[in-house]
Design a protein around this ligand. Structure first.
Ligand SMILES: [Zn+2]
Length: 598
């Protein structure tokens, strides 16, 4: 094995020197501010085109906009990195609000431009789209146009936007405020501790079942105590949403989330249909896990608990070598890209205090580079996370040749490249595990994810659709919300759990996010979509890599149905497509059942 030592701390100096005191960044921000001013003024003068002779002008406004937006995002990415590497960097937080303001100004001016453009009369519109630069963007431009046509008048929409600050988003903020003030007292090792709900949630995967049970009961009680408040926040934000939909003449509550994810209802139905039909192996897994924990059925607080520990550890360099070795077997381009990232300080992995928890990948559009953030402490799950984030960076890399407006992929395909990369590493680590115990622990980890996507997310989707259906007829009280949640969980887990979490509707932040509605099914879509691509790569080997990259390049310029048809030759409105991804997960169950029967 070659003797390498990759930097474990990232290099941010290439972008702006001097961290949050950077003069270069100051200059950059001032510069963007000026450019944005000029640009917004141009956009505010823009009126709906009446002839295709305006195509050049429109194309140049779009170009200038992409450029300004890339400058804002370059600064935003840098600040994100500063905040993550040192949570006490208060100067970075001040810079953050500056960038948020730039974003808001840009967003408002650009939205007006989109609205005006979208009102173009159809024959002129068709002529405009023949323009060389605009033709390339036709998918996105048509999307703007359709969205604008399905909305109310400009005045009405801007009134809705204005009212939503206090009448809609405020309910989400209210939720966060109440949750932020909640605490739970738990006793661990004879010591009583006051925990935030986030800290308490983490203890639900504690190895000691008594700790898990206690935490679960305390949490349920804490949520119960506040349930009338949360019934208010949830009902009112949902009520606002439904009212807006009603005024726009939209009767399907899924219309907006489906549009955002560029997918059809048939696709969503096929996905859940396939999952519902193939739950038995995952039910078997849950029963086996229960018996390993000495129970007949799992309780809700056992779902995230490990039955064995994976003791394997790898140094950072070993982890990197492991990733590179296995990437190479699927895609030398992916491996070369990852090696470049390791060598050139694209990754912040050091295990030290003061860092933000979790991991992310962010792109610096002007430099065409990415940076990855995580904390590496040597576990196999760290290695998988690192591979996951490298996958995100590779997606950004694959999109380099396409226009910036054609790089804005939706949430359901956002995890395509990351899940793909993570699967390569997760599968390899199961294969190369040193002991049965390690192997079981790794498989359990993988299966836990399948259960989360096929059962937990399914329960959220079932609950949310049913809640919205009832909300149309009026306020849904807390008792009913508890009931709906319990039913959805029992159904989604096919009664393989002893207890449920009736408070889930209140304790899951995702139901209270106002930015995006139905923040659940895109997760499952992304997971299974990526698994089918992975299944294809397993069949075709290295020869698949160019096709894979071509698929990534198209992720933000067509519907997901077209994407799958063009690059996989698959009709994703049919259950057969979704069954292929589920099949891979079933094999994990078989192996797990086999290993744990000894
Ligand atoms: Zn991700």
């Amino acid at each position: 094995m070659p003797q390498t030592s990759y930097p474990i701390v990232w290099d941010l100096e290439t972008f702006f020197q001097g961290g949050s005191d950077s003069e270069e960044l100051r200059q950059h921000l001032d510069d963007v501010k000026d450019r944005l001013k000029t640009y917004s003024a141009k956009l505010n003068q823009f009126e709906t085109p009446t002839s295709s002779s305006e195509a050049d002008h429109i194309a140049s406004l779009i170009e200038e906009g992409s450029n300004v937006s890339q400058h804002i995002r370059q600064a935003g990415a840098f600040i994100t990195c500063l905040e993550a590497q040192d949570m006490t960097d208060h100067k970075a937080s001040t810079l953050r609000s500056e960038v948020m303001e730039l974003n808001a100004t840009y967003g408002a001016a650009f939205n007006r431009f989109k609205q005006k453009l979208a009102q173009t009369e159809v024959s002129v519109w068709q002529e405009l789209l023949k323009h060389e630069q605009l033709a390339e963007l036709s998918f996105v431009l048509n999307e703007w146009r359709e969205a604008a046509q399905e909305q109310l008048s400009e005045d009405e929409e801007s009134l809705i936007t204005a009212l939503s600050v206090d009448g809609y988003h405020a309910w989400g903020q209210m939720y966060n405020t109440i949750v932020g003030e909640m605490t739970v007292n738990v006793t661990i090792d004879g010591e009583e501790k006051e925990l935030s709900v986030g800290q308490a949630n983490n203890l639900l995967s504690h190895e000691d079942p008594n700790v898990r049970k206690q935490v679960y009961e305390k949490l349920e009680a804490a949520w119960k105590e506040k349930e009338s408040l949360f019934a208010n926040t949830l009902n009112h934000l949902a009520g606002f949403r439904l009212n807006v939909y009603d005024k726009r003449g939209w009767d399907n509550v899924l219309k907006e989330p489906l549009d955002i994810n560029r997918m059809q209802q048939e696709t969503l139905d096929a996905m859940w249909g396939a999952i519902t039909k193939h739950k038995q192996p995952f039910v078997d897994f849950l029963y086996r896990k229960a018996s390993l924990l000495g129970k007949e059925k799992l309780d809700w607080y056992d779902l995230g608990a490990p039955t064995q520990e994976n003791t394997q550890t790898l140094s950072y360099d070993e982890g990197a070598q492991f990733i590179l070795k296995h990437f190479k077997q699927f895609s030398p381009k992916l491996a070369d890209f990852a090696e470049h990232a390791f060598e050139n300080g694209w990754i912040e992995a050091e295990d030290r205090s003061g860092k933000r928890p979790g991991g992310f990948c962010t792109g610096f559009p002007l430099s065409e580079e990415s940076r990855i953030f995580m904390t590496y402490s040597g576990s196999m799950s760290n290695v998988a996370t690192l591979a996951h984030e490298l996958g995100h960076a590779f997606h950004t890399h694959a999109l380099k040749p396409v226009h910036p407006l054609n790089r804005r992929y939706a949430m359901n395909v956002a995890e395509t490249a990351s899940t793909f990369a993570e699967m390569i590493v997760a599968d390899a680590s199961v294969k190369e595990a040193e002991s049965d115990q390690d192997k079981i622990a790794l498989l359990e980890d993988k299966l836990q994810r399948s259960v989360a996507f096929f059962m937990n997310i399914h329960s959220r989707f079932l609950f949310e659709t049913r809640f919205y259906a009832e909300r149309k007829n009026g306020f849904v009280p807390a008792e009913r919300l508890n009931e709906l949640t319990d039913q959805a969980q029992r159904e989604a887990y096919q009664d393989a759990v002893q207890s449920t979490s009736p408070s889930y509707w209140s304790n899951k932040l995702h139901f209270h996010i106002t930015g995006v509605p139905f923040y659940n099914f895109p997760y499952t879509f992304g997971y299974l979509f990526s698994l089918s691509i992975y299944a294809r790569a397993l069949e075709e080997g290295v020869s698949y890599e160019d096709k894979y990259m071509a698929l990534l390049q198209d992720t933000a310029r067509m519907s997901v149905e077209d994407l799958a048809m063009k690059h996989l030759g698959e009709d994703i409105t049919k259950e057969a497509f979704w069954e292929k991804g589920i099949e891979l997960c079933k094999r994990d169950v078989e192996e797990y059942l086999d290993l744990t029967s000894k």
